[in-house]
Ligand binder design. Structure first.
Ligand SMILES: [Zn+2]
Length: 141
C-alpha cells in the first residue's frame, strides 16, 4: 500500500459525464492519487447489484473474476473519476485494493480519468469521452 498522502481532489460538473473528479493541484506522473474504496463483495452479489434498477449507477470495480468493490458510498471520491479512452490516470489492483495513479503529469484543474475497460463480450456501453482516439465504447475492443 502506498503511504503517500492522497492528492487534493475537487468534485465538480464533468464535460464527460455527470460529476467528475479534478486535480486540486499539479500531480506528477507516477504519483499515487487515491484508493477506490468501498464494500468488498463476491461476484454473484456484484452481478445482482449491477442489474438492480433501483440503484442510480454502477460503482462496482472488479478486482478479478471473483470479487468486486462496490464504491457507492459517500467517502469514495474516486467513484467520480470518469472513463476516458485516453486517460490521464491508471489503476493497479493490489490484493483487493484498487489504487489510482497519475499516468502522466496532470495540471491543476484537469479532470481525472481512467480506462474502465469493460469486458469486450459484455453489454456495449457507448463512450462520449471526446478524446481523438475515442473507441466509441467503454468496453475493450
Ligand atoms: Zn472514449
Amino acid at each position: 500500500m502506498p503511504n503517500q498522502t492522497p492528492c487534493p481532489l475537487v468534485v465538480g460538473e464533468s464535460a464527460i459525464h455527470g460529476k467528475g473528479c479534478y486535480a486540486g493541484e499539479f500531480i506528477a506522473a507516477g504519483a499515487f492519487i487515491i484508493e477506490y474504496v468501498g464494500e468488498l463483495i463476491p461476484a454473484e452479489e456484484a452481478y445482482r447489484r449491477e442489474q438492480d434498477p433501483t440503484r442510480s449507477g454502477i460503482y462496482t470495480f472488479w478486482t478479478g473474476d471473483e470479487w468486486a468493490i462496490d464504491g457507492y458510498r459517500e467517502d469514495n471520491t474516486a467513484r467520480f473519476i470518469n472513463h476516458s479512452c485516453a486517460p490521464n490516470c491508471d489503476y493497479r489492483i493490489e490484493g483487493q485494493h484498487v489504487l489510482i495513479y497519475a499516468a502522466r503529469d496532470i495540471a491543476a484543474g484537469e479532470e481525472l480519468s481512467i480506462d474502465y475497460s469493460y469486458g469486450a463480450d459484455g453489454e456495449v456501453v457507448p463512450c462520449a469521452c471526446g478524446a481523438p482516439e475515442c473507441r466509441g465504447r467503454i468496453n475493450s475492443i
